[in-house]
Each structure stands twice: as structure tokens, then as C-alpha cells.
Design a protein around this ligand. Sequence first.
Ligand SMILES: *[C@@H]1O[C@H](CO)[C@@H](O)[C@H](O)[C@H]1NC(C)=O
Ligand SMILES: *[C@@H]1O[C@H](CO)[C@@H](O)[C@H](O)[C@H]1NC(C)=O
Ligand SMILES: *[C@@H]1O[C@H](CO)[C@@H](O)[C@H](O)[C@H]1NC(C)=O
Ligand SMILES: *[C@@H]1O[C@H](CO)[C@@H](O)[C@H](O)[C@H]1NC(C)=O
Ligand SMILES: *[C@@H]1O[C@H](CO)[C@@H](O)[C@H](O)[C@H]1NC(C)=O
Length: 305
Amino acid sequence: MEDTYLFTLSTLLFLLFPLAASSTEPLLSTAAHTLTDAGFLSMALTLRLASPFLTLHPADSLTVFVPPNAAFIRSGPLPLSLLQYHILPNRLPLQYLSSLQPNTPLPTLLPNSSLTITFSSFNKLSLNDVVVSTTPLFDDGSLLLLEIEDFFNSSSLQELESEPAPTNAETFAAVTEVLKSNGCSVMASFVDAQLYTEFGDGRKFTIFAPLDEAFAVDAVSLRNISDYSVIFRKHVVPKLIRWRDLIRLPNKTLLPTFSDGFEINVTVSPKRRFLNGVLVAVPDMFRGDLVVVHGIHGLLDSSRA
Ligand SMILES: *[C@@H]1O[C@H](CO)[C@@H](O)[C@H](O)[C@H]1NC(C)=O
Ligand SMILES: *[C@@H]1O[C@H](CO)[C@@H](O)[C@H](O)[C@H]1NC(C)=O
Ligand SMILES: *[C@@H]1O[C@H](CO)[C@@H](O)[C@H](O)[C@H]1NC(C)=O
Ligand SMILES: *[C@@H]1O[C@H](CO)[C@@H](O)[C@H](O)[C@H]1NC(C)=O
Ligand SMILES: *[C@@H]1O[C@H](CO)[C@@H](O)[C@H](O)[C@H]1NC(C)=O
């Protein structure tokens, strides 16, 4: 779970910061090393990848607020702007922070954006209503690392992220309906359960949907839901292939699937196409901008047939 999560996180981060190189800014690399050692891997990775994009005007000191890994699991990666909002361009000692009055603004690396003191006393401090630990993770006089309970302004993040969802959800609902009405209700249930959560991020793909009978024939060897889930991944290709694209593929073209190492071998005969020997029965059963579905006669994994 943790591994998968970190892998997903680094993939997302590389998408956010495509040109990231290793940090040349000594304070940020110290921060990244220290956080790695202390188990704050998500923030460490984020700082490392984002550092080329963080402009620090001759920084001789910094304060970095560090969210726990759990915050990244909850809300996804920190976009660059929000990351900047977690860094003060100078080190403000805790005693000083704790002595400030509520509503005092603290300018951050994000242009024209300040954090606001919402509570302060000698042993308790919160900024933007997020509790800040009063035990520093690290403080060497120029770099201060303070743990916080959650991202600052995490709600703004969720609003941003949920924007594209309705379109995807509508597409998936339509795909599910089409599959059900064409006798592919097993595949339909996986589009609902698996595709939407795993692949519902705007990627394009093609589903080859066997009829329910194909699963019935094989029911003995399919004991549990994870067996079905493995099969499902073998029937989804990570690109959009309409019938008019499919008929142009050269004989014996191999298509990759979401199941590592499992490929679909397209063979050509007049007016028909076979996938791993299985006839494409209902071309373009569904055709959308994100998803195409073709109905097929059997399961593509012949070792099970
Ligand atoms: C920040 O505020 C200044 C002065 O109000 C303004 O000139 C500048 O454009 C603002 N910068 C950004 C990035 O909003
Ligand atoms: C964070 O939230 C506060 C309070 O809602 C708001 O005033 C501030 O503009 C937000 N800052 C950013 C960078 O989103
Ligand atoms: C489901 O089947 C797979 C392969 O046959 C097996 O490895 C796994 O332990 C099974 N899971 C359950 C919950 O029975
Ligand atoms: C693809 O299928 C054809 C026809 O069955 C076969 O000759 C060919 O070897 C297959 N290619 C691969 C890579 O399996
Ligand atoms: C495609 O390859 C298969 C397997 O080698 C062969 O039987 C078939 O005739 C080929 N189709 C065409 C159109 O060449």
C-alpha cells in the first residue's frame, strides 16, 4: 500500500514538475535529507523535485512547514503554488512566532500570500487554523522545520481536483449502461468498481468486453474477485483505438494492456479482426472521446479457456 502510494505520488509529482533536477539550493537539500531521515518522505520528495522551481532570493534562512505523509495520502500531491505557501523566506524562531498576535500575516514564498496566525500561546500555535507542532523537527539557526497537522488550505486543493470529475463520471456511467444492455454486465461492474477509481484521471483507453457467457464458461477457475480483477486488466488497452483505427493495424500487431507483460495479438482476415484468436463481434459498441468499447466473443487470456 505504502509502496504503491509512493510510486503514484512520484508519478504525479513528475507530471507536476516535469523538468525537475536535483536541488542546488543548500537549505532545500538539507531539508530534503533531514525529512527523509525523519520519515517525512512525501514532503522530502516534494521539496527535492520542486526545488529548481522555487525562487529563493538570496536565502540565508528559511522556515518550512512540514505536513505528514497522511496529508499527502488524503489530498494528493502539493502543487507548486501551495508548496510555496508552506515556506517562509526566513527563519522565524518559535518563541517569536508564539508571541505574535492572532491575525498577524506571515509572508510566504507564494507571491502576495501570507499565512495568518490563528492562535498563539507559549505552548500552542496555529496558522490558518492548522495546528503547528511546537517541537521543531530541525533547527540549525538558518533552517527551521516545523511539523503541521495537515496542508494549509487543503480545501482549496480538493476544489481544484474535483473539477474534471463530472465529465469522467458521466462517461463511465454511459459506458456501464452500454455494456449492460449488450450482455456484458460482468465487464460493466468492473468499469464501475475498478476503472473509475484506478484509471479515472482523464487517460484514454479501449476496453475489449467479452460477453457474460465467456465468464460463465470459465467460472470454475475464477474463484474470487481478484481473479476477475486480473482478467479485467488484460482487457483494457491504455489508448483510444476506434474500429477505424483497429482495421488499419498491420497483421500481428501487439497491443499492451494494463496487465504488465500481457499483450493482445491482432490478426487480420478479410473484414474481420481477431484478438488472441477471439473474434471482435461488436465493433465500436461505445465510442467516446476518452473511452472506446468493442464487444468480443471470448476471454483474451487463452490459457484460461
Ligand atoms: C502582488 O502585489 C503587487 C502590489 O499590490 C502587485 O503589483 C503584483 O502584481 C502582485 N503580484 C502577484 C503575483 O499577484
Ligand atoms: C488560504 O485560506 C485563507 C482563509 O480562507 C485565505 O484568506 C487565503 O487567501 C488562502 N490562501 C491561499 C494561498 O489559498
Ligand atoms: C483469490 O485468488 C487468487 C489466485 O487464485 C489467490 O492468490 C488469492 O489468495 C485469492 N484471494 C482470496 C481472498 O481468496
Ligand atoms: C500472433 O498471432 C499469430 C497468429 O496466431 C502468430 O503467428 C504470431 O506468432 C503471434 N505473435 C506473437 C508475438 O505471439
Ligand atoms: C495474418 O497472419 C496470420 C497468421 O500468420 C495468417 O494466417 C493470415 O493469413 C494473415 N492475414 C493476412 C491478411 O495476411
